[in-house]
Write a protein that binds this ligand. Sequence first.
Ligand code: NCD
Ligand code: ZN
Length: 421
Amino acid sequence: MNLNIINGRVWINSNLENITISIKDGKISKLGNQDNIPEADVSIDVENNIVFPGCVDVHSHLRDSEFSYKEDFISGTQAAVAGGFTTVLDMPNTNPPIINVKELKKRQNNAKNRIFCNVGFYSSPIRSEDVNQLRLSNTIAFKIYLHKPFKEQDLSDVNLIRIMNRISECDSILAVHAEDHQLFDQNNNHTTESEVHAINRIIKLAKQTNCKIHFVHVSTKEGIEAIKNNKSIVDISCEATPHHMILNTEKTNSEKHYCEPPLRDKENQETIFNSVVDGGIDIIGTDHAPHSLRDKDEGKPGFPGLEITLPLMIDLYMKNKITLQRIYEILVDNPIKRFGLRNIGQIKEGYNADLIVINENKMNTINVNNFLSKAKNSPFDGNQILGVVAKTIINGQVVFDGKKIIASPGTGRVLEKEVDF
Ligand code: NCD
Ligand code: ZN
């Protein structure tokens, strides 16, 4: 089947251009104007809205398996699609966790036919000997939780150096949740020092091993400074979440809306905001961390982010706080480049047809009860923002029409290798 997208303002070469897009066999087959574009089976009039490359989230917890009551592949990828994400990278802190090839393969198989967007899977090796096999089994990247190692996972310097050497050898990347639990205070509060200390420790080990590092959800001014100061020496990148970028402990009840790392004070938050805008922070990751309301009451950290992250950024764009170019970098281009994904992220002939339509003029009130995610909680609940996702097209198929999911599970693919597309 082929499909034409007409009357869009299309994001091409850092500009919005009035161009018609022709899609065939899941790929962008031609860009042109309405007169020179091939006939199509279906023509979609996007009514002068923005057509943007699909966003890529490098930090999603799709849960499933024993945590399916919090989220599963179906609900999690529906949330992704409704939020304008066409590819997400899934975190390994599942139950059971993704710590070896057997669990990775089980998870990849379990996801097939149940996902609406394209999904790559992280793993978290217990044994350094497993790194290469995990890579060969198409793990998208590696992840460690310094403050919460998995059972029998030794994250001492000695063993971490072994793991990092192996990751470096297969030219992959290690994503790090940088918090040192020894520096939590007597009430187990996640202090800013615990983050800064952990970041500095990993930078030191990266210098010794040449392992590429991606720091997830950085929340402190000092942490960002440490990363900035070392970027020319080691291959490191970092990410921030929309909540650490926009919310702080003065505006938001951080006990009710608990996450790890927790929301910080205004000074830290403003630094994160400015660093997202000025390039100090490379990527926005949703840290989509769904929990049931009961689990939240029991203090589980995190909240769903897939459905609100892009609209929150569009709202900032409409308020002239960030450019569309920067949104493209933090939600599309940098995630793709950093994680070695190919053939996506540009509206260009031959590229995978993963596209979203954004209506930046439509006002929306964030309402957790409308989330497709199973998790019905958010510190942004009730916020009125400008910007909605009006359509999501994945692998050349319209999956979301602005209101509901209109494709069947399995429209998305498991990323088997970087060149999957
Ligand atoms: C995450 C989760 O619930 O899996 N929670 C969170 O607050 N960030 C874990 C994590 O990403 O560290
Ligand atoms: Zn996370």
